[in-house]
Design a protein around this ligand. Structure first.
Ligand code: ADP
Length: 467
């Protein structure tokens, strides 16, 4: 990259120098050409003023020819018929042909001033001619100098042009090296920091450079690194959660299986011949099987809610009917526990999955009954708030200790392992409730006081709650 930048930089600079050299040369040589013509005109005017046209012109011109370098300038005086009357180039004016047809003479006769550039056979070189018509007489005064076009000045200007191109080319080499280094250094720096970037590095910090474009690259690299880090952290967290979930689930399943195995072995080993005891064992096996089924169903429910990748069918649900249905199933348990249920439901119809709503009510009301006291109360209120649906389940039960309040929604979390097991808890009920609430973009809040009771409030937004 450095070589490429350097090569291009030098190429552009030399190109620019050659271009400006040509421009400089043409401008200067044009100005010099103009100045030369003007000088020639002025010298002719001076000559015109100094000549005495009543005296011999040839004699007066002769004085000039002695001081003039014949190779540098030649003066000629012509009459208005174009005949040469005096000339510093030759004494033999008789041999000179008529000059009337010469361009500069024609122009001088017409406009008072004329120029021409052509090859002179007399001087045997390219010449520049300037002619004026005399102010004091009818004569034409002409001056000629050797002139080889604009290339005339090339020899003068060439050294300075060559020097300036060489100096700037050398400067370009030195400068392009510094410039390319200043561009590539931060690039190397960024690349090396990114190469050394490892996950254990807490932050990827890239240097700020004087080049905005490089800073943009550095910023994008930082953003990318950050998001990759976040993503890997997310994956790592998910992996940990999953692992914990599997280990908890297998542990939870192990307990009923061990129990079933124990009772079955007792039965098979003929440990008891008593019919009542055998029946009791079998009932226990059945209860454990039910527990396992409940656990597996709960696990399946959570995994479906988490993956979200299967079609969840939604229907219009009349909340009052569904609530009554759930109450009917739970009533026998409530009666058994000596807990009284009180419900109040506004006529709300929502668009949701029936199984989800049933599970939500069943878990919240089921818990309110399970973790209650004899003669305790459970109040269920379903209401609408704008387009939102509000479900409040309040009990006068054992309550939840402050430090457990945030954790009860975690999978397999139980406040009191022993007590919960006794009341058929899987530890997944509230986690399922939370997953369902999240699925509909709602929220759940918990207020509780130990030994006084708990209140769970669910808010489901925009679920087409009609009253
Ligand atoms: P479980 O299947 O054990 O009931 P949950 O996820 O439904 O699991 O509840 C988690 C824990 O939160 C329960 O073990 C219980 O200790 C506590 N809990 C839930 N609801 C109530 C409630 N209404 N009153 C008191 N404690 C409760």
């Amino acid at each position: 990259m450095r070589r490429a930048i350097m090569k291009r930089f030098i190429l552009v600079l030399v190109g620019a120098m050659v271009f400006s050299g040509i421009l400089f040369y043409t401008t200067v040589s044009n100005t010099m050409h103009k100045n030369t013509k003007e000088d020639m005109r002025l010298s002719l005017i001076t000559l015109d003023n100094s000549l005495d046209y009543t005296e011999s012109l040839m004699n007066q011109i002769k004085i000039l020819s002695t001081t003039l370098d014949q190779k540098k300038a030649r003066y000629t005086i012509l009459n208005d018929k174009g005949d040469v009357v005096a000339d510093t180039g030759t004494k033999d004016i008789e041999r000179l042909e008529n000059h009337l047809e010469r361009e500069e003479v024609k122009e001088a006769l017409k406009d008072g001033l004329g120029y021409a550039k052509r090859y002179s056979t007399t001087m045997e070189t390219q010449m520049l001619y300037t002619a004026i018509s005399s102010n004091k007489s009818d004569y034409i005064l002409r001056i000629a100098i050797p002139y080889s076009g604009n290339s005339e000045y090339l020899l003068w200007l060439l050294p300075s042009i060559v020097i300036s191109i060489t100096v700037s080319a050398l400067l370009a080499v030195v400068m392009s090296d510094t410039l390319t280094k200043s561009i590539t250094r931060p690039l190397y720096q960024i690349a090396s920091i990114m190469d050394n970037y490892k996950e254990e590095n807490p932050e990827l910090s890239l240097p700020s450079t004087p080049y905005e474009e490089l800073n943009i690259i550095a910023q994008s690299a930082k953003k990318m690194a950050d998001s990759v880090k976040k993503y890997t952290e997310g994956i790592e967290f998910e992996r940990m959660v999953r692992q914990e979930f599997f280990s908890n689930a297998s542990h939870e399943l192990k307990t009923p299986i061990t129990s079933i195995r124990g009772y079955t072995e007792l039965l098979l080993g003929g440990f008891t011949s008593d019919k009542a005891t055998s029946e009791d064992f079998m009932k226990r096996i059945l209860t454990e099987t039910e527990n396992m089924t409940n656990l597996i169903n709960d696990i399946l429910m959570i995994s479906r809610l988490e993956t979200r990748d299967y079609e969840i069918e939604t229907t219009e649900i009349r909340m009052a009917i569904l609530l009554q249905d759930v109450i009917n199933t739970l009533q026998p348990i409530a009666v058994k526990q000596g807990v009284h249920l009180q419900t109040e439901c506004k006529p709300a119809i929502i668009n949701a999955n029936r199984q989800h709503m049933r599970e939500l009510l069943n878990n919240l009301i089921g818990n309110a009954i399970k973790y209650n006291k004899p003669n305790g109360m459970v109040y269920v209120t379903i209401n609408t708030l704008g387009r939102d649906l509000m479900i409040v389940v309040k009990d006068t039960g054992v309550g939840i200790p402050k430090d457990s309040m945030a954790r009860v929604f975690e999978r397999f979390y139980r406040v009191d392992k022993g007590r919960s097991r006794k009341v058929d808890g899987t530890g997944l009920g509230l986690s399922i409730v939370k997953h369902i609430v999240n699925y509909y973009g709602g929220n759940i809040t918990l207020e509780s006081e130990l030994n006084v009771g708990s209140t769970f409030t669910v808010r489901l937004p925009e679920v087409k709650a009609n009253s």
